[in-house]
Design a protein around this ligand. Sequence first.
Ligand code: PLP
Length: 359
Amino acid sequence: RALNFSAGPAALPLPVLEKAQKEFVNYQGTGMSIMEMSHRGKHYDAVHSGAKARLKNLMNVPDTHEILFLQGGASLQFSMVPINFLKKNETAGYILTGSWSEKALKEAEKIGKTKVIASSKESLYRSIPSRSEWGDEKDLAYLHITSNNTIYGTQWHEFPDTNVPLVADMSSDILSRPVDTGKFGLIYAGAQKNLGPSGVTVIIANKQWLSQSTNSLSKFLDYNTHASADSLYNTPPTFAIYMLGLVLEWAEEQGGTEGLERKNKEKSALLYDSIESSEGFYRGHALNGSGSHMNVTFTLPDQDLEKDFLAKASEHGFIGLNGHRSIGGCRASIYNAVPYEACEKLAEFMNSYRKNHSA
Ligand code: PLP
């Protein structure tokens, strides 16, 4: 297997791919692939409800909350959230911790009034703003945060208590740790990092809040359309949901979110140790306490060295270590499916590269 550190679409667990391969042409002796079957038939129905039940169990989703499988990626959620929940004369609050939260805010601005409650933009998104840096969040229609900042490599390690519905874009760290799901008005995540291939977007939302949606713009963009049809209002991305089910089965075998969190912390510690022990050769982008366990971002002393590091890393089989095109530098994305051994190899490579190149 390639040493795949891509930010997304990202590595999938090998046993998941192998099981999908085995069943690909002939699903459970039917002579058909799961992707060739009706989304209203009994085989797909078991896949659909199985994935939902597994996610509910793994993420401890309370009965007060609904799970939806939609399409359009996390990007469509940037619009769907305000379309459903930002009423006239109301204001939605956004906490800016990176480019994805900026994008979410921009879409909300098209729908209604918004307010930036806190932002770490001035310090180059190196940290998550602490509570003391927040503006007034009372009376907001909702407060939107991005739980993990894929590009900058920062992460909320604790979720805030707030009296308004909390909305989180969890695209790049969903299922990486236990989360008190019931505390959120709505969680959304594109699948292509921790949940499976791209094509399905997972929503977990408070049912009571959903019932207050005032969207009249479009039936399809109304969460309730999908909630009342069990995400089968139209043809769902059946193959992506089948793959999601396999990933969730694998996640259970890893000890659920507790087991995954333990492993993710061990993996990120290997890389952060390489950075911290490098005497300034590698510089982590995130400030202490805000570093992500999913995306470890760092720079080298200058751009020539960075280019050389990335080229040598590629020669050694490491894939996807370049930082996002908007900020450059290096980024190791170490989602759930990236094995500990791959992180060990990368840490060793970083240590030996530094020994050979530091002044
Ligand atoms: N939000 C975050 C935190 C992301 O990392 C990404 C993609 O990398 C997106 C949103 C956009 O997701 P999608 O491509 O599913 O629209």
